[in-house]
Design a protein around this ligand. Structure first.
Ligand SMILES: Nc1ccn([C@@H]2O[C@H](COP(=O)(O)O)[C@@H](O)[C@H]2O)c(=O)n1
Length: 605
């Protein structure tokens, strides 16, 4: 994109090409334009189209194969999707310009009935032959009959090596979908006849399981053990998503899983050597080697990396097709007026690069400034009312960088449309317990685990399977380096001068997965929810009110009501109402920025 930052040269690790190679994206969430404010991730979907073309050409020239995979959550999280009317107006047209061999749905394609229909009418059709839905059905909007959203599985033979692949496309055991789709639990799917039949095939060289599933989840554990029981020596390659992190899991010596981050930051590269091949004809068939070798690389999505890995330069990298896609993205951005400025952010605000609470925590900013200032303007507070306002941290999707706070920023931080809701005059003794139940273990958290529904940012939720992700020990002051954090550097990387802060992934294969050698960024735990007291000081016992309005993001209503029930307060959804004719947190935050950060002209650097 014309406004994107220039990529910065950095030490790179090469791509480990092999007999079968994959490019993998996941959790793009509408970031088709890439990251305009971050040099490390400044390439866009058009650049990825050019890159994939060069990679396919290279594979063809060397007689190996390349498959392109996307594992869902392409929607919600960026103004290109969320601010267009209808939502998705540009997204489907942009997405379909990439050639994708294996594609599946995420949970964000299913939260709303119209988004699932968008998937059915656009993406499933645009990627016919590639889209799989092993455990996902939709009520056909034309007939009303429940049908698979797409074929359950597919078997195909790769173009150059003649590798016979059986592929499945899954979604995790998601329970928050609208009622026009049905997700079958993975533990039930593996007992369905079609799944057992599909596995009864001896003419296979590889099974690929791809999906919107955390690679360390129980769902993938079940799929691994079921498939391994049916094929004790067959290589199985998993691709996952949903937790927004880079990760690689080794199931056994012939099965691994790759997860490739989020928001167009990462292009996952995976390769396998030593597979048997059925051959394009029988005489070309080859047996599986005694050792099957799997390798992975997480590519930072910027032009420095993409040019290097495709062996191209500034002139030879862009294809005409890729340039057209980039232009279409730019035109969409212009037509949505995404550079419209609401104000100037005076400092960086981070979701998890700073501890909470902290002056540079976006959660502290919302809790201490945005919500109290904004809700204090309401008639009920002005006329002496008091409120507790609860916001789930997972609804805050991205950091704010010092400088212009634009329409782009608004939707990156808070893309969701849920209105703020409230229950009037809840006894304070009960209302003040709710946040504790939502944050501190106990029955509500068990219910959330059971429903696979979490309130934190996904990358923080991911840490439940990976405690090493978190920088627990350090205090912010004790960390080296400013802007990028820098806590907990490994001795090896700390000795390399002037590295750019970025991903330093530690996965089952070690610490050499990232293509770009970076210095480490701190990553802190955050609570499920934050809470603001409005109209009184919650730290002053003398100001304790009798009752408060309990306000919350409408997305978490189920959990608020459940928490109240546990405390003995029997409220139902009939007792709730929308705040300010349905104003969303997104609108409230933007209004606050316009009022408090307004500024004419360029923002100070
Ligand atoms: N309308 C929505 C949808 C989701 N969230 C929060 O997002 C987090 C999960 O995100 P994924 O990308 O992993 O699906 C989770 O914390 C949800 O609470 C939301 O606030 N509003």
């Amino acid at each position: 994109q014309p406004e994107a930052q220039q990529p910065i040269a950095a030490p790179l690790r090469e791509l480990p090409w092999a007999q079968l190679n994959f490019l993998h994206t996941t959790d793009i969430h509408g970031w088709w334009g890439g990251h305009l404010q971050e040099a490390s991730f400044s390439a866009d979907w058009g650049d990825y189209v050019s890159f994939a073309k060069h990679m396919r050409d290279k594979a063809d020239a060397e007689g190996v194969d390349l498959l392109v995979v996307d594992t869902g959550d392409r929607v919600e999280g960026n103004a290109i999707y969320d601010s267009s009317k209808p939502r998705g107006k540009f997204t489907y047209e942009i997405a379909k310009e990439q050639h994708i061999d294996l594609i599946s749905s995420g949970n964000h394609e299913l939260y709303k009935a119209d988004t699932a229909e968008g998937e059915y009418y656009h993406t499933v059709r645009d990627f016919q032959g590639s889209y799989l839905a092993s455990n996902l059905d939709i009520y056909d909007p034309r007939t009303g009959y429940l049908e698979p959203l797409a074929p359950r599985y597919k078997k195909f033979t790769t173009k150059n090596q003649g590798i016979r692949v059986l592929a499945f496309g899954f979604i995790f055991d998601f329970t928050g979908n609208a009622n026009n789709t049905v997700v079958t639990r993975v533990e039930d799917t593996v007992n369905e006849d079609w799944f057992k039949e599909a596995l009864k095939d001896d003419d296979l060289d590889l099974i690929v399981v791809f999906g919107h599933v955390d690679i360390r989840s129980p769902e993938y554990a079940i799929l691994f053990s079921t498939i391994r029981a049916a094929h004790n020596d067959l290589p199985i390659q998993f691709f996952g998503g949903h937790s927004h992190i880079r990760d690689y899991k080794i199931f056994d010596d012939k099965s691994v899983a790759l997860e490739s981050g989020r928001y167009m930051e990462t292009l996952g590269f995976m390769s396998i050597d030593g597979l048997s091949t059925g051959g394009k004809d029988e005489s070309a068939a080859t047996p599986q080697k005694p050792v099957v070798t799997f390798s992975r690389r997480y590519i930072d999505n910027n032009l420095f990396s993409l040019r290097h890995h495709s062996g191209k330069d500034e002139k030879t990298f862009p294809t005409q097709y890729g340039l057209n896609v980039s232009k279409a993205i730019g035109d969409a951005r212009d037509s949505l007026d995404l550079t419209k400025k609401y104000g100037c952010a005076p400092r960086d605000l981070w979701i998890s690069r700073r501890p909470y609470p902290h002056k540079e925590s976006i959660l502290s900013w919302i809790e201490e400034e945005v919500l109290p200032d904004s809700i204090a303007e309401s008639q009920r507070i002005k006329s002496g009312g008091k409120a507790l306002v609860i916001q789930n941290t997972g609804a805050i999707r991205f950091d704010v960088f010092k400088g212009a706070f634009t329409k782009d920023t608004k939707f990156l931080v808070s893309p969701f449309t849920s209105p703020l809701r409230l229950i009037k005059d809840v006894p304070y003794k009960a209302a003040s317990q709710v946040i504790k139940l939502l944050n501190n273990g106990g029955p509500i958290l068990l219910e959330m685990m059971e429903a696979n529904a979490f309130l934190q940012p996904p990358e923080v939720t991911a840490a439940r399977f990976r405690p090493d992700l978190l920088s627990f020990a350090q205090s912010f002051e004790s960390q080296s380096g400013g802007g990028g954090g820098g806590g907990g550097q490994s001795p090896m990387l700390a000795e390399v001068p002037a590295l750019i802060p970025g991903y330093t992934t530690h996965d089952d294969a070690g610490i050499d997965g990232d293509d770009t050698v970076h210095s480490k960024i701190a990553f802190y735990n955050v609570p499920n929810c934050i809470q603001s007291a409005v109209g009184f000081d919650s730290n002053n016992k003398d100001e304790e009110p009798q009752t408060v309005d309990l306000m919350y993001n409408g997305f978490i209503q189920k959990w608020i009501l459940m928490a109240l029930q546990y405390i003995g307060q029997k409220y139902t959804s009939d007792d709730t109402e929308v705040y300010a004719q349905g104003e969303s947190f997104t609108d409230i935050m933007t209004g606050w920025v316009e009022k408090h950060w307004a500024s004419e002209g360029e923002c100070p650097k």
